[in-house]
Design a protein around this ligand. Structure first.
Ligand SMILES: [Zn+2]
Length: 367
């Protein structure tokens, strides 16, 4: 069933014979637009439509990237991929109170006095905006989200525009925002360089721009992270490539941090592979093979609110809590084995091997 292959590591992965790339034109880097004169170092065949993507490394800015043709049916792909990975909306990120990305941002908010008109690019279900309300954000909160289903889940006193991101960014060229944040979205974009240039243009002078991305250098025990390949993730970032991105767009680097490497993170690496396999099973047990074929578990539970499963598991936020508690119990139970392993890895792997990168930049004041 899980026949995704081949999984390739990003550095030094196996290189397919060059002959299959004879028809590839050498592309420009999607982050810095410099022409790339090397052949791709790897390729990935996505499992939904069977399309093969080449992975390039840009020597100029240190980004790994793939080119996503504009005619690729991305919306359709995501709809089907949800089902393929047995995905539910609630297994990707921890709840807002546990999320290191938000913790770092609100620390910056207090340290540098961030306030005013804020835009969350790719606001998803509005969890960051919700937390910003709770943290007492001083100013107006806005979001833009391309997925209407996600945007509909928002609750709270903020404005979310449903629009493809590139369209929204192109339509709002004026410097209208004091703070713009983009959490784990940039790696999904086909043209991240163009998007950040536009974002920099939307910032008022003296305004702040915060971005998080997965860390390409993170410690990975299991290389099988099929979500880290095109057309889902189209760029991979290092501290160096993030700094270069800021410089190119006239932004000053204020903070660059790596998420902490934790015992809990290690435990999650063991918890989530079986969890992801369990979700489709649970789906089939509760709703039968046929009913479960097209939809995610979250969607099915929402559609059958009267059922025993739905009343036991509750709404999306209740389900997120259940998942977090299960992963905590797993953490405690496996600690006798994973604890020593975690200490060993911490000694061997410095903090820069954490899973994510956080960059805070500032647009210089005009003279
Ligand atoms: Zn580049």
């Amino acid at each position: 069933m899980f026949s995704v292959a081949p999984y390739l590591s990003t550095r030094g992965g196996p290189v397919r014979p060059n002959v299959i790339y004879s028809s590839y034109a050498m592309p420009d880097c999607t982050a810095c637009h410099a022409p790339v004169d090397e052949r791709p170092f790897a390729s990935f065949k996505e499992p939904i439509f069977g399309r093969e993507f080449a992975l390039y490394r840009c020597r100029g800015c240190d980004v790994t990237f793939s080119v996503i043709p504009s005619e690729f049916p991305l919306r359709d792909w995501y709809r089907k991929a949800d089902q393929f990975y047995g995905e539910t909306a609630w297994i990707i990120h921890p709840p807002p109170q546990d999320d290191w990305r938000f913790r770092y941002f609100f620390k910056s908010m207090r340290r540098f006095g961030l306030a005013g008109e804020l835009l969350d690019v790719g606001s998803g279900d509005g969890r960051f905006l919700e937390r910003a309300l709770g943290e007492g954000w001083r100013g107006k909160l806005n979001g833009v989200e391309f997925n209407p289903d996600m945007a509909r889940r928002r609750t709270g006193d903020f404005t979310v525009t449903v629009s493809p991101l590139d369209e929204f960014l192109a339509k709002h060229p004026e410097p209208a925002y004091d703070v713009i944040v983009i959490f784990d979205v940039m790696e999904h974009l086909a043209e991240p360089g163009a998007a950040v240039r536009r974002i920099a243009g939307m910032l008022k002078p003296g305004g702040y721009f915060a971005v998080t991305v997965p860390n390409e250098g993170r410690l990975r025990l299991f290389e099988r992270e099929s979500w880290d390949f095109p057309p889902n993730h189209n760029t991979r970032w290092t501290s160096q490539s993030l700094r270069a991105l800021a410089r190119r767009n006239g932004l000053e680097v204020v903070e660059l941090r790596v998420s902490p490497f934790s015992g809990r993170g290690l435990s999650d690496q063991f918890f989530y592979p079986p969890w992801r396999r369990a979700v489709p099973l649970v789906k089939r047990l509760l709703f039968g093979r046929e009913a479960a074929s097209e939809k995610t578990l979250g969607q099915l539970l929402d559609e059958h609110p009267g059922g025993a499963a739905a009343s036991a598991l509750g709404d999306a936020s209740r389900r997120r809590q259940i998942e977090v508690w299960l992963s905590r119990i797993f953490y405690v139970l496996t600690w006798p084995v994973l604890g020593p392993l975690s200490l060993l890895l911490c000694a061997a792997a410095p903090s820069r091997r954490g899973a994510g990168l956080y960059l805070l930049t500032r647009k210089p004041e005009e003279d």
